[in-house]
Design a protein around this ligand. Structure first.
Ligand SMILES: Nc1ncnc2c1ncn2[C@@H]1O[C@H](COP(=O)(O)OP(=O)(O)OP(=O)(O)O)[C@@H](O)[C@H]1O
Ligand SMILES: [Mg+2]
Length: 246
């Protein structure tokens, strides 16, 4: 089977003053549709940097990355945003929820942006969020999907809360639901259970596995938790700027 995601020779440096920090020195990774891989490595090794680059949220200094055979580093920012919305679900290490919207609304937003790409007006949907009496059928369908995922991650009772009224672990689960709402082909998860107790973390990880690998989708997981890495099966170690299979 051909690769879903392929990265070759990815490098990334950060400059701070006169100092150059070489974080990634030629990372290669190939992953097929339906596979899962875990990336482990010390704090500061570059795991989040790599995941952001693989998810088209940041650009490398050199290297090639393709998703479903399409090289995406040469795309303009509009096409990249469209690709991210349709194909990639990113679970951030730090959640980046929109503070003015409730948990449910935060989860619905990627679904509405996607609708906009297929001809619906994003402003009318944002209007529907703020004025609940104005609701299209598509809006209701996205709302049902968002409610279902929030239920699966144990947050049905918290869906009307804004992020400031949620605990860190609850915010993390909202961010996870937001990443999964469009059933993306590729889910990139940066320590998705890092703020959760063991039991909640296990349940949430079950949801991630059900909605990715067990549904034929692809998962790349960054984690410090060896048990989670073992559940994924394929483990890469990021060390000295390169990935090697453990
Ligand atoms: N925007 C930036 N400018 C300068 N240095 C950066 C920037 N982002 C990250 N770094 C540095 O790059 C290195 C890799 O950071 P990164 O966040 O990728 O590490 P990580 O492996 O995800 O660590 P952790 O396990 O703690 O989350 C770190 O030394 C960090 O300080
Ligand atoms: Mg990190």
């Amino acid at each position: 089977m051909s690769n879903l995601l392929s990265a070759k020779g990815v490098t990334k440096c950060y400059k701070s003053g006169a100092r150059i920090l070489e974080v990634l020195k030629g990372v290669n990774i190939d992953i097929k549709k339906g596979e899962a891989a875990a990336i482990i490595g010390a704090s500061g090794a570059g795991k989040s940097t790599l995941l952001h680059i693989l998810g088209a949220l940041d650009r490398p200094d050199a290297g090639k990355i393709s998703l479903e055979g399409v090289e995406y580093l040469s795309m303009n920012s509009e096409n990249l945003a469209d690709l991210r919305n349709k194909k990639i679900g990113f679970i951030y290490q730090f959640h980046h929820l929109l503070p003015e919207f409730t948990a449910l609304e935060n989860v619905m937003i990627p679904g509405m942006i996607r609708m906009n790409g297929s001809g619906m007006n994003i402003l009318s949907h944002l209007w529907s969020l703020l004025h609940p009496t104005f609701k299209s059928a598509a809006f209701k369908e996205i709302r049902q999907r968002a409610e279902q995922i929030l239920k699966e991650v144990g947050l049905e009772e918290r869906s009307a809360h804004r992020p400031a009224k949620l605990s860190g672990g609850e915010q993390q689960r909202v961010a996870l639901a937001r990443a999964l709402i469009n059933n993306p082909e590729l889910v990139l998860a940066d320590e998705p259970t890092g703020n959760l107790d063991l039991s909640t973390g296990d349940k949430v990880f079950d949801v991630i596995m059900e909605r990715t690998v067990q549904s034929g989708k692809t998962l790349i997981l960054v984690t410090h938790n060896p048990d989670l890495a073992a559940r994924v099966g394929m483990i890469y170690h990021l060390k000295n700027g390169a990935l090697c299979k453990s």
